[in-house]
Design a binder for this molecule. Structure first.
Ligand code: ADP
Length: 255
């Protein structure tokens, strides 16, 4: 039986009097690769914050590995990359390797010591993100794209079961973006890593993700990409032509 990793049931959320999410329900299982898309302000980041327990839903429920986030105790199972690089102080005097190591330290009890196994995990995360060659450089001296890669490596270093990424590719160039999506796909298919990604790369994500949640304060569409192709709601949103470009399932004669 496949395990439910995240599920939301009739989830509602308001900031003061403004309704941001209404009646949101979906669930994902181990090995799913979910893309969350939707216009700016459609509640995507809010949904992630509720899943991670930073915000309490106004109504309805969310479950993380079967637990309410407030009762969840296994945060080492989750790798999270928040939306803004702002979490990174450019004057923070740490090297790339040290920042990636923080992804392990934050989940360790005392003593917070890096052992041999940890060193190997750090090297692996550095190589996954193609940043081994800059491991001794100071984080503040890197380009935005390189900093983003470092933070992705930090999210991956603890070998999480669930990886949550909020717009991880904004600072990457197109080549970096392709490489990043290929790496994610490999982790998803080879290690059955469950992935939730918020992205504006709606023209690309159909090549990689298995499921799509189209949010506009409510769920406009939730399902697989093949169903997306024939979804009337999505045709109304995008028009038939764009819809098929997005889903990519009709490219090059693949039906
Ligand atoms: P998205 O990630 O889809 O762009 P968000 O979840 O960030 O959307 O925001 C959804 C709505 O909630 C937006 O209208 C935004 O302005 C509002 N919002 C986000 N954060 C706050 C906050 N801390 N206080 C009040 N309103 C907020």
């Amino acid at each position: 039986m496949s395990i439910e990793i995240v599920s939301a049931k009739e989830l509602c959320f308001r900031y003061n009097s403004t309704e941001v999410l209404s009646g949101v329900s979906f669930s994902i299982k181990k090995g799913d690769y979910l893309a969350i898309v939707g216009p700016n302000g459609s509640g995507k980041t809010t949904l992630i914050k509720i899943i991670l327990g930073f915000l309490e839903p106004t109504a309805g429920g969310v479950y993380l590995f079967g637990c309410a986030p407030s009762k969840f105790g296994n945060w080492e199972k989750i790798g999270y990359l928040p939306q803004k690089l702002a979490s990174l102080n450019p004057h923070f005097p740490a090297t790339v390797r040290e920042v990636v190591a923080l992804g392990l330290l934050s989940r360790k009890g005392f003593p917070k010591r890096i052992g041999l196994h940890d060193q190997e995990a750090i090297d692996y995360a550095l190589s996954l993100m193609d940043i081994a060659h800059i491991k001794d450089e100071f984080i503040g001296e890197l380009s935005g794209g390189q900093q983003q890669r470092v933070l992705i490596a930090k999210a991956l270093v603890g070998d999480p079961e669930l990886l949550i990424l909020d717009e991880p590719t904004t600072a990457l160039d197109p080549e970096g973006r392709d490489r990043f999506f290929s790496t994610l796909q490999k982790l998803n298919s080879e290690k059955k890593l469950t992935i939730i990604i918020i992205t504006h790369d709606i023209g690309t994500i159909g090549r990689y993700a298995s499921r799509l949640l189209y949010l506009d304060k409510r769920v406009v569409f939730y399902g697989g990409f093949d169903d997306f192709c024939i979804s009337k709601e999505m045709t109304d949103y995008f028009g038939e032509f764009s819809q098929h470009i997005i889903c990519h399932r009709h490219d090059h004669g693949h039906a």
